[in-house]
Every structure is written in structure tokens, then in C-alpha cells.
Write a protein that binds this ligand. Structure first.
Ligand SMILES: Nc1nc2c(ncn2[C@@H]2O[C@H](COP(=O)(O)OP(=O)(O)O)[C@@H](O)[C@H]2O)c(=O)[nH]1
Ligand SMILES: [Mg+2]
Length: 353
């Protein structure tokens, strides 16, 4: 199958419009993140650490313990500070439950330096899980406690491993990225992760996550046994990644710019062979070549764009191309290394049999 430029451009335009729309529709949504936990367990500190901004005041204020408080952040993110259910004056219980129900994610705080998962806390959790399962258990203040793995295990055992448990310290910042990732996991299922990610200051780890996920998708597409079936989906993944990274770093990319970049990298020069491999001219071997090449090109493209955004370099072909090519070479070497390692293992297996 020959690479057809017109066909590429037509597919590209369609995919670009579709992915842009998907992302734009995400940006209009509202995110509700509800925090629950005893006074002083570090809810406010955690939000400040996560967003790298002093959004909430730390330390209890009179009245805070019995009232639900909405803390709006930018236009579309609302953090909700709630006391535990049994601390709520009776008539507020309904209101509190409604918040839990409408939340995109509930951060259930435990204090590692106190009684972890007291009867009170366990009862609270049981009430909450009746209305929502989108719960992340946040074990805070790990800097002030010993044997954290044992505490985590204790929590998991008593909650039947239903929810992710993230041990953090909102004082030292330890594992805040883990919490960030867990939050993004939940929000991704609801197509709300991009807008949240945009508002986070720690962008590099988010970019890596998206790049690697797109690489895996591309490899899966490349491994498809149907010749030619991977062309458009692969463009879809790569364009989607470009748009997401540009949104993350708040550096909008035009359709023409994105197209030009894709032609100069994945499709152009090297691309001729790549697309030939991807459409699987070689039966049998085609699937393997297709998978690794498709994955490597996407990952290299993603890292190249990330690098440019982080260093404030304009996304111009002449700047992107050398970075892309260097990264692609690296990806391919990594791939080769992995394949060699795999062979070694096979040999070992054979000898051991
Ligand atoms: N040692 C330690 N102290 C913390 C940590 N997080 C918060 N604190 C302290 O705990 C107190 C209560 O924190 P705050 O965020 O206001 O808790 P909230 O009532 O749940 O919102 C403050 O004195 C914080 O400095 C932590 O990770 N480690
Ligand atoms: Mg607070």
C-alpha cells in the first residue's frame, strides 16, 4: 500500500476536528472533589500541596467542624470540605450525603499519626460507600508515623481492598504525585482529567503518563493483524496526544501546525518505511515490526513535544525534527535492548527444560 498524501490529509483533518472537540468539551465540565476526615488530619494542607498554591487556610477555625464548605478553584474545580457524617448536625446529613453522591471523587482522609481507621471512621466510610464508590483513601502525616506499609495493609484489610490507599505527607510532599496520579485515574474514567491536569503545576509526570499510554495504544494498533486498519487509528492517537500535551502546557496548536509536524516526523522521510511497515507488507513479521515502530514513533513524538513545551521552544518543524529523530533512535535502541533481553530469557528457558 502506497502512502497517499491526500488521503492522509483528509483523515488528519477529520481526526483533528474530532479530538479538538473531545478536549474542548472536557474543558467545560465541572469537577467536584470532596474531602472528608477529622479536623486536623491535613485536608487543607493536602489541597494546597497538590495544587501548589495556598487555596485554603491551614488549621481549624471555629465553626469549620460542623459546616460543609465549598472551595472553588479557578472556574471549574470545586473542592468541598466536609466534616465526618457523625459530626454533622442531624439536619445536615442529607446535604452531606448529596455532596458525596455528586462528587467526582471523594478523598477519605486518615491520620497516620493518630488512630488509623477508628470505628467512627469505618462507620463513616460505610455510609459514604452507599452513595459513591469513587473513593481514594488518603493516609496523611506519614512523616509523623512508623511502619507505613503495615498501616496501609491494615487499611486495605479492613476495606476489602476496594479503594486505592495513598500514604502521603502534605508537610514534606512525599507521594503527592502518587495522589495526583490516583486522582487523574478516577477523573480519566469520567473524561475530566485533562481540565484537572491543566490546573496542576506538576506537569512533567502527567505528560509522561499520557505519552506512555499513547505509546501502548499505538503499539496495540500496530499489532493489529488487519493490513491498513491501523493507519487512521494511529493518526488518531498521535493527534490526540499532541492536542492533549498542548492543552496541558497551555500552548494551543493549530491544525496546520500539527499536520506539518506529523508529516515531517512520523509520516515523512523515516515515515515512508514506517508506514510501509505499519501496513504490513511483510506477512507474519509485519505485526511485530508494526507494533514496536508504531509505539516508538508515538513516544518519540510525545517526548519531543513535551521537551519543546517545557523549554518554551516554538513547535516548528525545523526545531522539532532533530529532537524527534534523536528520541526515536533512543526508543528503538531501548526496544532492541528489550528484545535481546527477551531472547536471553527464552534461551535460558530452553536450556533449563
Ligand atoms: N506532621 C505533619 N503535620 C501535618 C501534615 N499535614 C498537615 N499537618 C498539620 O496538621 C494541622 C492541621 O492541618 P490542616 O490541613 O488544617 O487539617 P484539616 O483540618 O484537615 O484541614 C496543621 O498544623 C498542619 O500543619 C503532615 O503531613 N505531617
Ligand atoms: Mg481544613
Amino acid at each position: 500500500m502506497e502512502f497517499n498524501k491526500e488521503e492522509f490529509e483528509k483523515s488528519f483533518d477529520e481526526v483533528f476536528e474530532q479530538k479538538s472537540e473531545e478536549i474542548n468539551s472536557q474543558l467545560d465540565r465541572k469537577i467536584l472533589i470532596t474531602m472528608v476526615g477529622d479536623v486536623n488530619c491535613g485536608k487543607s494542607s493536602t489541597i494546597n500541596k497538590l495544587m501548589k498554591e495556598d487555596i485554603v487556610s491551614v488549621g481549624a477555625k471555629p465553626g469549620e467542624t460542623i459546616h460543609i464548605k465549598e472551595i472553588p478553584y479557578k472556574e471549574n474545580i470545586i473542592f468541598v470540605d466536609t466534616p465526618g457524617l457523625d459530626d454533622v448536625v442531624k439536619e445536615n446529613t442529607e446535604v452531606t450525603l448529596k455532596y458525596y453522591k455528586n462528587s467526582d471523587v471523594i478523598l477519605f482522609f486518615l491520620n497516620a499519626a493518630g488512630t488509623v481507621l477508628s470505628e467512627n471512621e469505618l462507620n463513616n466510610l460505610k455510609e459514604i460507600e452507599k452513595v459513591s464508590q469513587e473513593i481514594i483513601i488518603v493516609l496523611n502525616k506519614i512523616d509523623a508515623a512508623d511502619d507505613i506499609p503495615a498501616l496501609v495493609k491494615y487499611i486495605q484489610d479492613h476495606t476489602e481492598y476496594k479503594y486505592p490507599v495513598t500514604p502521603i505527607s502534605s508537610r514534606t510532599g512525599e507521594n503527592i504525585i502518587m495522589l495526583q496520579n490516583k486522582l487523574l485515574d478516577v477523573l480519566e474514567k469520567k473524561s475530566k482529567d485533562i481540565m484537572f491536569a491543566m490546573n496542576l503545576k506538576e506537569k512533567a509526570s502527567i505528560a509522561n503518563r499520557w505519552i506512555l499510554a499513547a505509546g501502548v495504544s499505538s503499539a496495540a494498533i500496530g499489532a493489529s493483524p488487519i493490513p491498513g486498519s491501523d493507519f487512521i487509528p494511529l493518526i488518531g492517537v498521535q493527534v490526540g496526544l499532541m492536542l492533549k500535551l498542548s492543552t496541558l502546557y497551555d500552548k494551543p496548536i493549530s491544525k496546520e501546525n500539527a499536520k506539518e509536524l506529523l508529516i515531517a516526523t512520523v509520516v515523512g522521510n523515516a515515515g515512508k518505511t514506517i508506514f510501509r511497515q505499519i501496513v504490513k507488507i511483510v506477512p507474519g513479521a509485519g505485526s511485530i515490526i508494526g507494533a514496536s515502530v508504531a509505539g516508538a514513533t508515538t513516544v518519540a513524538l510525545g517526548y519531543a513535544i513535551k521537551y519543546m513545551h517545557e523549554n518554551n521552544i516554538d513547535l516548528q518543524v525545523e526545531h522539532l525534527k532533530p529532537i524527534y529523530e534523536m528520541l526515536l533512535k533512543k526508543e528503538k535502541e531501548k526496544e532492541k535492548q528489550q528484545n535481546c533481553d527477551g531472547d536471553d530469557n527464552d534461551d535460558n528457558n530452553i536450556t533449563s527444560v
